[in-house]
Design a protein around this ligand. Structure first.
Ligand SMILES: [Zn+2]
Length: 345
């Protein structure tokens, strides 16, 4: 009995196919695996060279904090990577990252707390004008944002109170935009869950989330991994990385949806598919098919076909290794290729 040559020994999910590169293009006749386009769900295009990520296998990126005019211009360009974005960071007045040297001009909106003590004022007086929250969310949407980014860093300045967060989430959801939160410091991840935020832009690393909170997060949020920056900043055997891996492992086990993201633009790191990030996702328990799912998830869009990536595919040369330890390095050989350049086997 011979095995079907289309079979792949490792379960890479339902969309993986064996393929051969056409005889007309580069690497004629090379055998490998075709997958949907890979996305990095957390980057900052103003602080990196996103076109280099394309050479490293990334076809689309989600910018999570930029000058909205600059990132909109980036996204309007022809070619790859396709860029979806949040626009500006929304934070409390004086909140993180207002004092950071890396902050790009026009990339931050500091918002005052929503007034909640005026319940005895005439209703019209309270609702006649859009407040700063609505204006800030409207502005990001006017620039074409697909998601609203909120910063809650209790370790580095003031954070929004519950009422202001509720107003931000309501304004974003009224526009059909998900809310993605940077949660750092005690209670910030819990607050993001309580207000119905849709995503965390980093796996929480500053505190262990208890199982009940993890279960609520898994039911309502997606988490963007960014584990490799914790390994870089604190060390591979650090308490911070162990905390993040433990939180993510329990989030995954509770059915949470995990997205591949690197925070590209945040300091030195490999450009393109990051084998280190994938290895840490595997450490958190993700199987091969889950690594692929994290790379091809269309978030913050509802579906892959709205990314305007028709016509491109991911090609990974060779057979996937049967040893899980070798899988991250194999996936990091991914190339973005024209789909027409591939012949399915
Ligand atoms: Zn970031």
């Amino acid at each position: 009995m011979t095995s079907d040559p289309r079979d792949i020994d490792v379960d890479l999910g339902p969309l993986a196919r064996r393929a051969r590169r056409s005889l007309n293009g580069d690497h004629a006749g090379e055998l490998g695996v075709v997958l949907p386009p890979f996305l990095d769900h957390h980057v900052h295009v103003e602080m990196t060279l996103p076109e280099q990520a394309v050479a490293g296998g990334i076809a689309g990126v989600v910018d999570l904090g930029a000058n909205p005019a600059v990132v909109a211009a980036w996204a309007a360009r022809e070619g790859l990577p396709r860029v979806r974005y949040a626009g500006a960071f929304l934070t409390a007045i004086g909140g993180y990252p207002s004092d950071r040297p890396w902050l790009r001009e026009g990339s931050l909106r500091e918002l005052p707390a929503v007034e909640t003590g005026a319940d005895d004022a005439p209703r019209q007086e309270r609702t006649a004008l859009p407040g700063p929250v609505d204006s800030a969310v409207d502005e990001q949407q006017a620039f074409g944002a697909s998601v609203v980014k909120v910063v809650l860093n209790a370790d580095a300045g003031p954070v929004f109170d519950r009422s202001t967060l509720d107003a931000i989430v309501a304004a974003a959801h009224a526009h059909g935009l998900p809310v993605a939160v940077h949660a750092e410091g005690e209670g910030c991840a819990a607050l993001s869950v309580e207000v119905g935020a849709d995503a965390l832009v980093h796996t929480p690393w500053t505190e262990r989330l208890d199982d009940a909170l993890i279960a609520r997060a898994a039911a309502g949020q997606v988490w963007i991994s960014t584990l490799a920056i914790h390994a870089r900043d604190f060390g591979d055997d650090s308490a911070e990385l162990a905390c993040a891996v433990d939180n993510l492992a329990r989030f995954r086990a509770a059915g949470g949806r995990v997205l591949y993201g690197t925070d590209l633009g945040n300091g030195e790191q490999p450009i393109g598919v990051n084998a280190g990030e994938l290895a840490l996702l595997a450490r958190a328990g993700l199987a091969a098919s889950e690594l692929v799912a994290a790379l091809i998830d269309p978030w913050p869009l509802a579906a892959r076909d709205t990314w305007a990536l028709d016509g491109v595919a991911t090609f990974v040369p060779g057979d996937p290794p049967t040893s899980p330890d070798s899988l991250p390095d194999w996936l990091a050989n991914a190339r973005v290729v024209p789909a027409d350049d591939l012949e399915l086997l």
